[in-house]
Design a protein around this ligand. Structure first.
Ligand SMILES: [Mg+2]
Length: 162
């Protein structure tokens, strides 16, 4: 797989991703970013829509795994809410967290995807680990720096040309 800053697929939010989308990509392990992907910054709860989405994914045979750069309590709190394993303080764009999730589940990279909201951390980590990248829109800009970073990501916030 060649290195690219463009995601394989782009979605409005995680709840828009269906088991059929993953089946079309041959993906059976979906690695979840936390901040601004499954929940906005700071909150310790998940929207019902996200919990129900995760449950639909699992029923469809998709394994979920949280890999977050967050160092606080949120990765564990959300992992326990969803009943999925997690790695926190993952240091994306370093691919080690993603590789660890692959090793733990025994899923080969070409059967896995990462869903996240950022190019320079999530997409780069996914690429370096050789897994597919599904980009979502950030849930909420809680400060100006997030908005500025988003601006610099704009050229890459579209699907890779097939
Ligand atoms: Mg994020």
């Amino acid at each position: 797989m060649s290195f690219s800053l463009f995601p394989d697929r782009k979605f409005q939010d995680v709840s828009s991703i269906t088991p059929e989308d993953l089946r079309a990509l041959g993906v059976s392990l979906l690695i979840l970013d936390v901040d601004n992907t499954i929940a906005p910054y700071k909150t310790l709860t998940l929207e019902t829509s996200v919990v129900e989405w995760a449950s639909r994914m699992k029923s469809a045979g998709v394994s979920l795994y949280i890999v977050s750069n967050n160092k606080g309590e949120r990765p564990e709190a959300f992992a326990s809410l969803l009943g999925v394993p997690y790695i926190k303080h993952a240091g994306k764009p370093n691919p080690r967290g993603v590789r660890q999730a692959l090793a733990q589940t025994g899923v080969p990279p070409d059967r896995a995807a990462l869903v996240g909201d950022q190019i320079y951390t999530d997409t780069v980590a996914a690429n370096l680990a050789g897994v597919r990248m599904l980009l979502v829109e950030p849930i909420k800009f809680t400060n100006i720096f997030l908005a500025i970073r988003y601006f610099f990501e704009l050229p890459f916030r579209r699907e890779k040309r097939k």
